[in-house]
Ligand binder design. Structure first.
Ligand code: OAD
Length: 242
């Protein structure tokens, strides 16, 4: 498949499922995880910051990391890639589904509505005791940990850590959407973290077209019908507008 065919497949598709990863927010100035120089995991070990064990051992350090990311995300703006995906949703209506691994909330701020945040959202906190979820206080006044308004316990970041299960509801909805999709778009993800990385093969197995947008080759590239080797904003513009 070439770019013209990929564009035509997307245009004709009644059902489109999209998976995004950190790369879609890179042009908003938010670091990815695995990029060699700039990614978070080039500087930190995931097991020290993004695991239930790390949080139990040193909740303050884990919260400081999430609080600094929260502040950065509040200052950042959605970019053209987020906006193009919101535009695609308006075009396809009920046939559109977005599953994001990003916890930055930028898709929602760009206008996406039919989405699930598979790994949670770092602008909110969750109470492990009573399950309450609340938005974090404004970044300038926020000193972690936030206290649960319902039961008074310290709250944790509302994200999914390594070794934790994704919301069953979110994962089932995403799996169905990828199985039903005529076209799946995989944007800005290295495709190494499961179960999210297993979504594209669902579309392929069901006979759909799978298109990747990523400046680099990824683990998922061999499964793709076509790969657009460009950053998310230009790659999506090439697919949507030609
Ligand atoms: P990664 O950091 O693993 O991958 C980012 C991908 O984005 C890479 O394939 C880059 O080539 C690509 N990329 C970089 N700049 C880009 C741009 N401007 N446009 C498009 N693509 C670009 O991030 P994820 O795949 O999202 O989980 O990582 C998956 C999960 O692993 C994350 O949700 C997080 C992480 O550890 C948890 O914290 C549980």
């Amino acid at each position: 498949m070439n770019l013209t065919q990929a564009r035509a497949a997307l245009q004709q598709a009644r059902r489109v499922a999209v998976l995004t990863g950190a790369g879609v927010s890179a042009e908003s100035g938010i670091p990815t995880f695995r990029d060699a120089q700039t990614g978070y995991w080039a500087r930190f070990r995931p097991e020290d910051l993004a695991s239930p064990e790390a949080y139990r051992r040193d909740p303050q350090t884990v919260w400081q990391w999430y609080a600094s990311r929260y502040k950065a995300v509040t200052r950042a703006q959605p970019n053209a890639a987020h906006r193009l995906l919101a535009e695609l949703e308006r075009e396809k209506g009920e046939g559109f589904f977005l599953a994001t691994q990003n916890v930055d909330g930028l898709h929602t701020r760009a206008g996406s509505e039919r989405l699930v945040e598979l790994h949670g959202n770092l602008t909110t906190a969750r109470c492990e005791r009573c399950g309450a979820v609340t938005p974090l206080p404004a970044p300038d006044t926020f000193t972690p940990p936030p206290i649960c308004p319902a039961c008074g316990d310290p709250m944790r970041p509302n994200v999914v850590w390594f070794g934790e299960l994704l919301s069953r509801h979110a994962l089932e909805a995403a799996t169905r959407a990828f199985q039903d999709a005529d076209v799946a778009l995989i944007v800005g993800t290295s495709g190494v973290v499961y179960p999210a990385a297993g979504l594209a093969p669902e579309t392929r197995r069901a006979g759909g077209v799978v298109i990747e947008v990523n400046p680099e080759k990824t683990e998922l590239t061999p499964d793709m019908s076509f790969s657009v080797r460009d950053v998310a904003s230009r790659g999506l513009a090439a697919l949507l507008h030609g």
